[in-house]
Design a protein around this ligand. Structure first.
Ligand code: GDP
Ligand code: CA
Length: 328
């Protein structure tokens, strides 16, 4: 079986870790290939270094090196470099970067500077974290540099666009977002393997990642949404919204900018043109009527890897049922 998942950072990474646990440990399936298409809209250049927060969260989580309580960054982390940068007065200070984490950004930036693509660099980083041994391939959604920007009010009058990370990390998404724009998106080309994975997969999964600034960015890369619409594989998604609120983060502020209701059904509406199956929390079971996709409800909180595996298993089961009905 070939399984392809689109993923942002923490929600995507925890789901995919659960998916691998479900396949390899619970189902004893060593053969299935898993491809993860990671969001690159969050990427930012700081201190001359290219930082890919969602790809790094995926690498650290799947590789067993993540800070579990934060959900991102490295475990056993120190901040000597950042403290020295602060002493030097180097800006910005609002983006947390640990010493071990810095090493990945330095290596990535060096390899990109030598002319390697982000895909090639990501493959090298994935080797460091043992992803090939787990039968998982991590692809950046695109090798074309793209950056999500957020249009907010300018205190001096009118509007201004700030980098997504500034809005999310420094402003804590508390400043109203009017809209999102993605620099470079129109010219972006799906990274090698992305469209092929979507076309040849048996199952396509949408983890409970942010529907606007994680999944939404990947879907905006020319060709990706069409590949999902035309895929022979069922597309099954997991709601990141439970009981009208995100489980963590500020997806509510992102949905508000799009005038989309903060609900499991509101998110499903963003995927309506290709979504075949939709997992909602038990709390949302009653509100999910009226969707074209087949809806199932269960406890959607990923409290640990077993909880995430259970959800991934339910997504695989739903996909299998949808496939067998298609061929029947
Ligand atoms: P980010 O890039 O680090 O923000 O991570 P993602 O975009 O991959 O995921 C963020 C989304 O994951 C948020 O909208 C959360 O509501 C959702 N999320 C986080 N933990 C859980 C969970 O345990 N269950 C569900 N259903 N959603 C979750
Ligand atoms: Ca992210």
């Amino acid at each position: 079986m070939r399984v392809t998942a689109l993923a942002g950072g923490v929600g995507g990474a925890r789901f995919v870790r659960g998916l691998l646990h479900e396949l390899r440990e619970v189902r004893q399936d060593r053969d299935s290939e898993v491809v993860v298409i990671g969001n690159t809209g969050d990427d930012i250049t700081l201190f001359g270094l290219r930082i890919c927060p969602d790809l790094d969260t995926l690498l650290y989580t799947l590789g067993g090196g993540v800070d579990e309580s934060q959900g991102w960054g490295r475990a056993d982390e120190s901040h000597t470099v950042q403290q020295e940068l602060a002493a030097l007065g180097a800006q910005p200070q609002w983006f947390g970067l640990g010493d071990r984490d810095f090493a990945a950004h330095i290596a990535r930036s060096q390899w990109l500077g030598q002319g390697q693509t982000l895909s090639q660099v990501t493959e090298r980083l994935a080797q460091r974290w043992g992803l090939p041994d787990q039968g998982v391939r991590l692809l950046p959604a695109t090798d074309t540099p793209i950056e999500t920007h957020v249009v907010i009010d300018d205190p001096a009058g009118g509007e201004q666009a700030v980098h997504f990370q500034q809005w999310w990390v420094q402003l804590l998404a508390a400043v109203r977002a009017h809209r999102f724009t993605v620099a470079g998106l129109g010219q972006a080309v799906p990274a090698p393997g992305v469209l092929d994975a979507l076309r040849t997969s048996d199952v396509i999964l949408l983890p409970p990642s942010n529907p606007v600034v994680s999944i939404g960015i990947i879907l905006g890369i020319p060709g990706v949404r069409d590949a999902l619409r035309g895929s022979r594989a069922p597309v099954v998604g997991v709601s990141p919204i439970i009981g009208g609120a995100p489980v963590r983060g500020h997806a509510d502020a992102c949905l508000a900018a799009l005038d989309v209701e903060v609900s499991a059904t509101g998110v499903a509406g963003l995927y309506a043109d290709f979504l075949d199956g939709w997992l909602v929390d038990d709390a949302d079971a009653a509100g999910a009527a009226g969707l074209r996709a087949e809806v199932r409800s269960l406890d959607l909180r990923m409290r640990d890897v077993h909880g995430a595996a259970r959800i991934a298993g339910a997504a695989l089961d739903l996909a299998t049922d949808l496939s067998s009905r298609r061929t029947a």
